[in-house]
Structures are given as C-alpha cells and as structure tokens.
Design a protein around this ligand. Structure first.
Ligand SMILES: NC(=O)c1ccc[n+]([C@@H]2O[C@H](COP(=O)([O-])OP(=O)(O)OC[C@H]3O[C@@H](n4cnc5c(N)ncnc54)[C@H](OP(=O)(O)O)[C@@H]3O)[C@@H](O)[C@H]2O)c1
Length: 332
C-alpha cells in the first residue's frame, strides 16, 4: 500500500490545533477519479503546507486530506490524451492541500489541465526544490518585468531567507537586477543572502511600525512576502512608476497604508496568486526558472527530508527556524 501524510480533523480543544497529520498507508482506490495517475517522487514544504501540517486553521477545507501543495513525478496511467505513461510532470497549487489531495503521497490522481511538463535541463528533485515557493517567485519576477521595472535602482525582496524570498533573490540577480534582501535575521543569514546575489542586506526592524505615507524613494520595485507594515513602508519607499509584487502575509495580512504612493508616485501594487494561475503563465514561470535560476545556487538553499521527517520540518518552518527550501523525498 502506498504511504501518504493524511490530515484529519482533531478532537476540539480550547486553542489547540484544528487538524492533526500523520504518515498512513492509503487505499489507492480512494485517491479520487481524476484522469492522470502519477507516481510522486518529490514534494516540498511551503508556508501553506507547514500551516496545514501543524494544524493551523485557514488552509485545509475538507478532511481527511492528503497534504502537499506541490508534486513532481512520473505519469503511470492517463485517461487524458495530453499525458502518457513516462511523462515527467509538475503540479503546483490548484487546490492541493486545500480541497484536493496533494503531493505528500507516493501516488496521486490529478487532472491533466494544470500539469506542467518538466522543462528540459531540470531534474525532478530540483523542480521540487523550486516548488510553489520558487514558481511564485518567478510569477513575481514576470510581473516586475512585464511592468518594465528599472534596473537603475534595487528591487527589495522581503522575507528574504524564506523559500519565495531566497529564490526571488537568485532569479533577480541572475537577470542582472540589483537586489536588496530584507530579513529579520541579518546576523545569521547576511552572508547567505549575499551568496544568493543580494548586493545589500536590510534589517526588517527598520521597516517596522507605521511610517510616513511617502518616504525617501529608493526601490525600483519589490517582491513582498511579508505584508503588513513592512509592505506599507516598502510602498512608501518605492520610486516613481515602480511596481511592488505582493504574494505573501508571513508578517500580517493587513496593509496599513494610504493611496499616496499610488496617486503621487504612480506606484503599482501587483497581486500575485499561484493557486489558480492559468496554464500559459505557469509554463512561462517554469521556463523562466529552467533558464534563469542557477542550479548550484538552488542546491545551496535546499535541504531534503523523508516523508516521516516532514511534519517535524514543518514545525521548524513555522517557528522561523529554517531557511531556503525543504524538499520531501516522498519515497525516502
Ligand atoms: N500568493 C501565493 O500564491 C503564494 C505562494 C507561495 C507563498 N505565498 C506566501 O508567501 C509567504 C512566504 O512563503 P515562503 O514559502 O517563502 O515561507 P517561508 O519559507 O516560511 O519564509 C517566510 C519568511 O518570512 C519572514 N518572516 C517570518 N515570520 C515573519 C514575521 N512575523 N514578520 C515578518 N517576516 C516574517 C522570514 O524571513 P526573514 O527571517 O528573512 O525575515 C521567513 O523566512 C507566505 O505568507 C506564503 O503564504 C503565497
């Protein structure tokens, strides 16, 4: 019987987790009736996965559910003519770990519509190292490039040591942007961030608290994974006609700002979602990653865990004790 991490509703307790997660053996007949059967080789732990695995509310919408917002593997059977046995595929988001079984499973049944073919030159393990985090970073970079952000001033990346942040830095630096990495852990990870390509490392504390709506402008754009006051202060420091790609809420889902940066500096706040992204944009993001992300840098920011080690690794991610990307070797 294949193994998977199954998330189940917990016994209700005051303030306790709403769900529990454990490695179980699963009946393949209960994987649903989607047309493509995939032998999953790798998944990864994203912020959302860590929330789901540690029983936080707001992610999992039905139980029992197999966790894992990402999967990378090989097609075993397909009733969808676009996919054949032996095809190497990637699937991110599309409701996995929310209302659809995900990639922490040796077998998965998935729809063919949002599968991306593994790009040439990328291994399955590296595609999982990129995962939703890296693919979201690529969506943010595409958004900045579409807006033709200036290369004359830095792009600031917030939550820099995280999965999205680390890959955004490596991608932007690889495409010749100046990158300022903002982190809450300058002493511990300053050298790591410079190694990824950041030319400057900023202390998140300088961006805490309510600042003036317009401050000294210094960023051509931003990739923001943090939200809250940090995002408000980044907007206030964005240069005329700059673009800020906002994809995360690691600090806060709130945005205490004013319209000033938008109406006086022509700043654009561009929202980025990775879950419901249309297929052509998914393919463009993966192409960007396959061609612009230095594989050695990717390896340097990745650690690998087994299925049995996944829940403990999720706990570390939620308590900000990890950095970079965590790949799950599903058969390990
Ligand atoms: N829109 C989408 O489709 C999409 C897709 C993927 C991820 N996301 C979101 O993007 C965010 C980052 O995801 P991730 O996978 O990169 O997570 P991650 O690996 O856990 O990284 C998050 C980073 O945020 C910083 N951080 C943590 N707690 C913070 C706090 N209380 N205040 C301010 N900063 C804090 C830390 O960086 P430093 O220590 O370096 O400051 C941490 O490394 C999450 O909110 C996630 O839900 C959204």
């Amino acid at each position: 019987m294949p193994r998977a991490i199954v998330i189940r509703a917990a016994e209700p307790t005051e303030g306790g987790p709403v769900n529990t997660a454990a490695v179980e053996q699963i009946d393949p007949a209960r994987l649903g009736d989607d047309p493509v059967l995939v032998e999953v080789h790798y998944s990864g732990i994203n912020y959302k996965d860590a929330m789901a695995l540690t029983g936080r509310p707001g992610i999992v919408r039905k139980t029992p559910l197999i966790g894992g917002a990402d999967l990378v593997g090989t097609v075993l059977e397909s009733a969808d003519p676009r996919w054949q046995p032996g095809d190497e595929v990637i699937l991110n988001g599309t409701g996995m770990t929310e209302n659809r079984h995900g990639g922490f499973s040796e077998l998965a049944r998935v729809p063919g519509d949002f599968l991306v073919r593994l790009p040439d030159g990328l291994t399955q393990a590296r595609a999982a190292a990129i995962g939703t985090a890296g693919y979201t970073a690529a969506l943010c970079v595409l958004r900045l490039e579409q807006a033709q952000v200036s290369t004359e001033a830095p792009i600031v990346v917030t939550g820099a040591t995280g999965g999205v942040g680390s890959i955004a830095i490596a991608l932007l630096a690889g495409r010749s942007y100046q990158v300022a990495a903002m982190t809450g852990r300058v002493d511990q990870y300053g050298a790591y961030l410079r190694g990824l390509g950041a030319s400057d490392v900023l202390d998140r504390r300088e961006f805490a608290g309510q600042g003036r709506p317009l401050q000294k402008a210094r960023f051509a754009g931003a990739v923001d994974t943090v939200g809250g006051e940090v995002l408000a202060n980044v907007l206030a420091q964005t240069l005329y006609s700059g673009t800020v790609a906002a994809c995360g809420l690691a600090g806060s889902p709130m945005l205490p700002t004013s319209v000033m940066p938008f109406i006086l500096r022509n700043v654009t706040l561009a929202g980025v979602d990775s879950v419901q992204t249309p297929l052509p944009l998914r393919q463009a993001a993966w192409e960007l990653l396959a061609t612009s992300l230095n594989p050695q840098l990717l390896d340097s920011l990745t650690q690998t865990v087994t299925l049995h080690e996944t829940i403990a690794a999720a706990e570390r991610l939620m308590s900000a004790q990890s950095h970079g990307r965590i790949v799950v070797d599903v058969r390990g």
